[in-house]
Design a protein around this ligand. Structure first.
Ligand code: HEM
Length: 422
């Protein structure tokens, strides 16, 4: 689905001595940046916290204070002007398949601004409430245990891949469950999920059209059913938003958007968390002794190596940020991944620490667009980690990982592992 590149494992390597940072240094096609962006981020924060890249016509924002002030000021930094799945595409509009299927007048939550954004967001607020996510607790743990059992079984024949066995399937199975998708349709749901994930990283492809149409037909019929007969599924919660702002077609596009927003992000965070356990074996040991620190580990993964490294905004007026004058209608890339490593905000940011005294990471963003699925994502990642620790006495790499070739989505697509069963 996504281009894969071997990961070097040089994640924590210190930045080599280098001349002052120039505008060519943040090069999205540079394999070194994809492999380990953190040394570059550190230099950006230090030397050019708000940097204009003429080649891509985009401003890169890297310090925590600037990132959060952009995210919290949607009147100046618009999601409608800036959001696009393509790096530096500069289209000024959302172009993914989920959006295009809906048509040009179909609004998608992530690329809306106030006041419409707030109306839409309130309409779908019933989706991942504390009580609905708490109700999914048992199911998340059961599915996580099944995926980990597959991993342990495959490890017996030297075939275990954490991505294929756990990180990939778990979020798909969980979301299918929450939608109430029947078991017989799981395969199709997975195919739709991969279309939507691919859409997020490289825009829609012509081959995806047939699958996308089938997906929209299914969503359409399920939403209509849920409207006539209220149900406790995601379709039920989304159907309940009808009449509160979003149109029927916008709710259909929203169903598809959930697949794009909620699956690969969670998959990748799981892979990044595992990679951190490999990088810091003492953390794995500590979690085995004190499983009550699992939630801390999830938060720290969202800070230390989050799966969405950055997203876009566009300026609605000329504005000053980080000492730079930014014109109106400028595109900006807001680096969550860099803000999370800002030494001005976090003590010892390059270490994966359990039990930080507060962890205000921006792995789920900040401000009005703060991730709607954060509770669900936390539940899934914690469930997977708990199941992994429960079923094994140790887990370690058994081969080289492969990484997604993107500066936006960060995660592994392959991680062979060896496990020592209990
Ligand atoms: C670890 C996994 C996840 C990460 C790292 C993540 C990250 C994010 C981030 C950074 C944003 C803010 C976007 C912005 O400011 O422009 C966001 C928004 C959103 N996320 Fe997540 N997300 C994750 C999982 C999920 C899941 C599981 C779902 C639902 C199934 C979900 C649904 C959404 C939605 C609907 C929005 C748009 C909210 C809005 O625009 O008001 N996410 N997510």
């Amino acid at each position: 689905v996504t281009r894969r590149v071997p990961a070097s494992g040089r994640r924590g390597a210190p930045a080599p001595a280098a001349p002052p940072l120039g505008t060519a240094e943040f090069d999205p096609s540079d394999p070194a940046l994809v492999d380990n962006p953190y040394p570059t981020y550190a230099r950006l924060r230090r030397e050019a916290p708000v940097l204009y890249l003429p080649g891509h016509d985009v401003w890169i924002v890297s310090r925590y204070a600037d990132v959060t002030s952009v995210l919290r000021d949607p009147a100046t930094f618009s999601s409608a002007v800036g959001m696009s799945p393509d790096f530096g595409a500069g289209t000024g509009a959302a172009t993914g398949i989920g959006y295009r299927f809906g048509g040009p007048d179909v609004r998608v939550l992530i690329s809306m601004d106030p006041p419409d954004h707030l109306v839409f967001r309130r309409a779908v607020a019933g989706l991942f409430t504390p009580s609905s996510v708490a109700a999914a607790h048992g199911r998340a743990h059961a599915l996580a245990a099944e995926c980990v059992a597959d991993l342990v079984r495959n490890a017996g024949s030297g075939q275990a891949d954490f991505c294929a066995d756990v990180a990939g399937p778990l979020p798909v199975l969980m979301l299918a469950d929450l939608f109430g998708v029947p078991a017989a349709m799981r395969g199709e749901f997975r195919a739709w999920a991969s279309v939507m994930s691919a859409d997020l990283s490289r825009g829609g492809q012509p081959d995806d059209v047939g699958r996308g149409m089938a997906m929209f037909r299914y969503f359409d019929s399920e939403l209509r059913k849920a409207r006539n007969q209220p149900q406790r599924t995601l379709f039920g919660a989304i159907a309940a938003a009808q009449g509160k702002g979003p149109t029927h077609r916008e709710l259909l596009a929203f169903c598809a958007f959930l697949l794009a927003a909620g699956l690969e992000t969670t998959t990748n965070l799981l892979t990044n968390l595992l990679a951190a356990l490999f990088e810091f074996p003492a953390v794995q040991e500590r979690l085995r002794e004190r499983p009550e620190l699992i939630d801390d580990a999830v938060e720290e993964a969202l800070r230390y190596d989050t799966s969405i490294q950055g997203l876009w905004r566009g300026t609605t007026r000329p504005v000053e940020l980080g000492g730079q004058h930014i014109p109106a209608s400028a595109r900006m890339m807001v680096l969550f991944g860099s803000a999370n490593r800002d030494e001005r905000q976090f003590a010892d940011p390059g270490r994966f620490l359990l039990g930080r005294d507060g962890n205000p990471h921006v792995g789920f963003g900040a401000g009005p667009h703060y991730c709607l699925g954060a509770r669900l994502a936390r539940l899934e990642v914690a469930a997977a980690l708990r199941a992994l620790l429960a079923a094994t006495s140790w887990i370690e790499p058994a081969g080289d990982p492969e990484r997604i070739d993107s500066v936006v989505l960060r995660g592994l697509t392959r991680q062979p592992v060896r496990v020592h069963p209990r």
